[in-house]
Design a binder for this molecule. Structure first.
Ligand SMILES: Cc1cc2nc3c(=O)[nH]c(=O)nc-3n(C[C@H](O)[C@H](O)[C@H](O)COP(=O)(O)OP(=O)(O)OC[C@H]3O[C@@H](n4cnc5c(N)ncnc54)[C@H](O)[C@@H]3O)c2cc1C
Length: 470
């Protein structure tokens, strides 16, 4: 049965508890940190309306979110501030609770009729949901809204490559890519008080967090929140989409959407982006297809990888052929060997690589083509492939605003051969694909890219419009 326009394949009960009377419905927000195109929220609204109840939204804030630092928390909390206001306007009270979900949600749910949550695919996100499901006394339902097509519906196994998952996705796209109306619950929850220990205010949460403050916020470059994401995306559609295809591998240009960090924090929905870009099909059919290939096929291939690969964040997750060839070539002499600290300091002999590392450090972002080069060089310049994997993952998740995402693990994996095929045999890489500085020089205006990043560092701001700083 379809409820609130939500396909039943997105909805999974996480326990089998009977329905108590309850004073309200809880939406435990974790992955989808937004108001619009939020399937879990709309499902909660629908069930609350059926019971004549209000919807209370709870977000659990932890000091020890895996690998998160000040840069990530600043982006997230600022986005949540906007979301809390949006929810309030629709009559839904938002509580920020400092504590672990497995403890906080079952405690707060004692007065609830049921709890709805969204879906995350990483190990700890799954563990939290299991933990809540084990302890909670009312029905607990998960709604999958941060993918266009429900992951298990596309495939029941880790897919080999984009070419194997693409036809499966294309067959299902028409069914699942649909608008979702944002509806307010009939009954407001704004007057509801919860007996909460650990309630935190969005204003001072940041000062009270005991977190790694070693990486500064990147707010001069990318401002958080759904409003900003939409503004940036509108600009992309109006000014950049037409050159998306020719400039795809041109890092000196800014013809990409920069939506990855907003998608990572769930501040914008992939459904909303996909539907908006489709409106431009008549003018730019090729660009629309290319964008949907990245947003749906590549992004959801990464989620497929994480969903079906237990050790998705380790060297062991790389395909056997690639591990074998890399390990066979591990004794090969490296032209340069850098430690993780040298790399973090952007202190290599290669000005192109240093510029990429600086883009990442200063802005929290990097153009896709440079991410590929950046990763391949870490593999080339590390003492062993295993150490390269660890260093790459550490830098990726430390500096990128969109780090710690399924895309991070699939992107890193790609450097080592994941979702790719064997190429001609070379030193160090074996049959894993290489990238070279001379290739960059041939294929793009790499000096203009170095200059662009130099400008960021000098001015501490983007100096160009696409990053949305105002
Ligand atoms: C070594 C390496 C590390 C990476 N680390 C991350 C990471 O930590 N987080 C992250 O989100 N992406 C990562 N990527 C994937 C990709 O580079 C970024 O998603 C993309 O550059 C983001 O820019 P954009 O939003 O302007 O993309 P656009 O070109 O505008 O594409 C729109 C959306 O499609 C998705 N997308 C685009 N390219 C890819 C891709 N190659 N694989 C999967 N999805 C894609 C993203 O969600 C992106 O926001 C990595 C890639 C590599 C090679």
């Amino acid at each position: 049965m379809k409820q609130a326009g939500i396909d039943p394949e997105r909805v999974v009960p996480l326990n089998d508890k009977g329905l108590p009377k309850g004073d309200f419905v809880i939406y435990w927000m974790q992955q989808s940190q937004r108001l619009d195109y939020n399937h879990a929220l709309q499902y909660a609204v629908h069930l609350a309306d059926e019971r004549g109840l209000g919807v209370v939204v709870i977000f659990c804030l932890m000091d020890d979110y895996p690998e998160a630092n000040l840069r990530h928390y600043a982006f997230m909390l600022e986005g949540l501030r906007e979301t809390a206001l949006d929810l309030g306007e629709l009559g839904m009270k938002f509580f920020l609770i400092k504590g672990r979900p497995e403890e906080a949600i079952p405690r707060l749910a004692r007065r609830a009729s049921l709890v709805v949550c969204d879906r995350g695919y990483l190990r700890h996100q799954i563990a939290w949901r299991h933990g809540v499901g084990r302890r909670i006394e009312c029905p607990f339902i998960q709604v999958e809204g941060d993918v266009v097509i429900p992951v298990e519906r596309v495939s029941s196994k880790a897919e080999y490559a984009a070419r194997t998952i693409r036809p499966k996705m294309h067959r299902l796209l028409g069914h699942f890519l649909k608008p979702l109306e944002t509806r307010a619950p009939r009954r407001s929850s704004v007057g509801i008080e919860l007996d909460v220990t650990g309630e935190a205010s969005l204003e001072d949460a940041m000062e009270k967090l005991s977190i790694d403050r070693g990486v500064p916020p990147a707010g001069n470059f990318f401002r958080p929140g759904a409003v900003q994401a939409r503004r940036l995306f509108q600009k992309f559609l109006e000014e950049k989409l037409e050159n998306y295809v020719p400039n795809h591998n041109q890092p000196q240009t800014d013809n990409c959407s920069c939506m990855s960090m907003y998608l990572h924090f769930g501040q914008i929905s992939p459904m909303e982006l996909a539907l908006k870009v489709q409106e431009h099909r008549d003018d730019n059919p090729e660009a629309v297809d290319a964008f949907l290939e990245e947003l749906i096929v590549r992004r959801e291939l990464a989620i497929n990888f994480v969903r079906y690969t237990d050790d998705y964040d380790s060297f062991g997750s790389i395909p056997a052929w690639a591990r074998r060839t890399l390990e066979r070539h591990a004794p090969n002499r490296r032209p340069y060997v850098y430690s993780a600290a040298d790399l973090d300091a952007a202190a290599t002999h290669d000005p192109y690589w240093n510029a990429a590392m600086n883009e990442m450090k200063y802005t929290g972002f990097m153009h896709n083509y440079m991410r590929m080069y950046w990763g391949k060089k870490i593999l080339e310049w590390s003492p062993t492939p295993r150490e390269a994997y660890r260093t790459l993952m550490w830098l990726n998740n430390r500096h990128f605003l969109d780090g710690r995402d399924p895309n991070s693990y699939a992107g890193a994996g790609w450097v080592f051969g994941l979702h790719d095929r064997p190429w001609g045999e070379r030193d160090i890489f074996g049959t894993v694909r290489t990238m070279t500085a001379s290739g960059l020089e041939r294929k793009c205006d790499i000096r203009a890219y170095v200059e662009k990043v130099g400008g960021y560092i000098l001015t501490g701001s983007p100096g160009r419009e696409n990053t949305g700083a105002s």
